[in-house]
Design a protein around this ligand. Structure first.
Ligand SMILES: [Zn+2]
Length: 278
């Protein structure tokens, strides 16, 4: 069933686990995430990035997800990931998304507060929860995200940001990157503890891909409730497709897509188990 994203995250915060937010941009990725939630009896967040709006019919995709989610017993949330335009936020709200993310992290602190506060007011008037970001992730390898500057979140500013903007959950930069790491990951756990002390809304970690399991467990212990995963799943699916196309030319596309969905489901299942078994 489709539920409010905040209710999923508040339960995670209370019971000290994290919910996976998987990027979805096709029928296979969306079905995979919902099937995994259902099989694992675990909540899952389906995240549609604004950058996919050019290739995905957002309204149609949202209705598809809502219909499939209604057939499940596991809690499913539909989230707009990294939106930079007010228009995208309005489109997602109208399409029945349960939460939106406004990303003003490339602006100055004051400008980010001003713009995020405005978006939060709109979202809340529509009964939709909102995530925002302070600090910014660097871009690693194989990511399809925008470039980031890699500035880690200042705990004091994070507190002020949440108080000023009234956002429901906060993405904090503590050293993960979007995509795969090009150097050894350096995750600032101390900083996360300081942010947790000052910020009481659920905390979000972007850049779950390629982060060692041990570190992911440690960030969950320190209060991360939502972990975004995109690139690692994409890479597993693409390497599977490459092998299939090389080994078995002539396979029907429908067969390849079905097998690819299974690969995606296996990958997602691993993350869901890792995030919930703390
Ligand atoms: Zn992100």
């Amino acid at each position: 069933m489709l539920v409010d994203t905040t209710s999923i995250l508040q339960d995670a915060q209370k019971n000290r686990y994290a919910v996976a937010a998987f990027s979805v941009y096709s029928l296979e990725t969306a079905q995979a995430a919902i099937n995994v939630a259902n099989r694992e009896k675990n909540p899952v967040i389906l995240a549609v990035g604004e950058r996919y709006f050019s290739s995905v019919d957002v309204e149609g995709f949202a209705s598809f997800i809502q219909t499939v989610a209604q057939k499940t017993t596991a809690p499913i949330a539909l989230h707009l990931d990294h939106a930079y335009q007010k228009q995208s936020i309005l489109r997602a709200i109208r399409s029945g998304f349960t939460s939106v993310m406004y990303d003003g992290s490339s602006f100055s602190f004051e400008e980010n507060v001003r713009l995020t506060k405005d978006m939060a007011e709109i979202a809340h008037l529509a009964g939709v929860s909102i995530e925002a970001e302070i600090g910014s992730l660097a871009k690693g390898a194989f990511s399809d995200e925008e470039e980031g500057n890699g500035i880690l979140t200042d705990p004091r500013l994070a507190e002020e940001f949440v108080n000023e903007t009234n956002v429901d959950f906060l993405a904090a930069a503590i050293g993960t990157v979007h995509g795969m790491y090009v150097t050894k990951p350096k995750i600032d756990l101390k900083r996360l503890e300081q942010i947790r002390e000052r910020v009481h809304v659920p905390l979000v970690l972007h850049g779950g891909s390629d982060t060692p399991d041990e570190i992911l467990k440690q960030v969950i212990e320190r209060g991360i409730c939502k972990i975004n995963v995109n690139t690692e799943i994409s890479m597993e699916a693409v390497s599977f497709l490459t092998r299939q196309l090389n080994d078995k030319p002539g396979l029907h596309l429908s067969v390849i897509m079905e097998e690819m969905q299974e690969v995606i489901e296996n990958s997602m299942t691993r993350f869901v188990r890792l995030f919930s078994n703390i």
